[in-house]
Write a protein that binds this ligand. Structure first.
Ligand SMILES: Nc1ncnc2c1ncn2[C@@H]1O[C@H](COP(=O)(O)OP(=O)(O)O)[C@@H](O)[C@H]1O
Ligand SMILES: [Mg+2]
Length: 237
């Protein structure tokens, strides 16, 4: 199996930043790694085509070694769940088509890192969610959560859903997406660590926009965050 799935406790928690950082770091270590955002909603029109902002960011992280069409083949304009955004464009998304696309890319690269949309239970089909896609795909998972009030609950709910599906959790990354800091935040990582037992926990700090918009810079930061003996080593031959 040549993939990692990056999911999050929510939208806007730092999945794209973390996916870009992991991709960039692995590429620096000599792995032919590409990042995919197979489904993106909320795409704006650009020269008559839907432009995937996340996809474009991951395309940059992959050093353009894959086409933008392959990074994000399924694009929708409404900023909603994939199921609803597709329905409003009078189309239907099929999990099997998304998986077929990911498998094809997986065959031509050392490793694919796939970013989900929203969290685990964001619907893709009428009665199927990203959790179903992830279960079928079977990739080990990185869970991204924002370091903010409420994150203990969101993190534990996601871990419970992943564990129930026997998905391997490589690590949880707490991402500091905004500058403000609540009084509880200094305690949150330790409290989560106690609750998740053996699952590795990492903290990605708040970075300024010159870093958060630059995949190479995020990769360098990711190297510090993960340390030398992290879960990434198993993907480096
Ligand atoms: N560690 C961080 N430091 C600063 N800004 C961040 C950080 N992580 C995420 N952001 C910013 O927060 C917003 C949401 O992050 P993003 O990775 O797009 O989340 P998601 O992919 O989960 O929707 C983006 O504007 C991103 O640049
Ligand atoms: Mg994203």
């Amino acid at each position: 199996m040549n993939g990692i799935f990056v999911t999050g406790t929510d939208t806007g928690v730092g999945k794209s930043v973390i996916t870009a950082g992991l991709t960039s770091l692995l590429r620096k270590r000599g792995v032919d790694c590409v990042a995919l955002k197979p489904v993106e909603t909320g795409c704006k029109l650009n020269h008559g085509e839907l432009f995937p902002e996340d996809g474009h960011f991951l395309w940059r992280a992959s050093q353009e070694s894959i086409s933008l069409d392959d990074v994000t083949p399924f694009r929708f304009s409404l900023p909603a769940s994939p199921y609803r955004a597709a329905a409003l464009q009078a189309t239907r998304l099929r999990i099997s088509d998304i998986i077929e696309h990911i498998r094809a890319i997986e065959e031509t690269h050392d490793l694919v890192i796939v970013e989900g949309a929203g969290g685990l239970f964001a619907p893709i089909e009428e009665n199927r969610t990203f959790a179903d896609l992830m279960k079928k795909l079977g990739f080990p998972v990185v869970l991204v959560a924002r370091l903010k009030l409420g994150t203990i609950n969101h993190t534990m709910l996601s871990i419970e859903a992943l564990t129930k599906r026997n998905l391997d959790i490589l690590g949880v990354i707490l991402s500091k997406c905004d500058m403000e800091e609540g009084p509880e935040e200094q305690y949150t990582p330790n409290d989560i660590k106690r609750m998740i037992g053996n699952i590795p926990l990492f903290q990605f700090p708040f970075v300024n926009v010159s870093v958060s918009d630059n995949p190479q810079e995020i990769g360098a930061m990711m190297e510090k965050v993960l340390g030398k003996e992290s879960f990434l080593e198993q993907f480096i031959c």
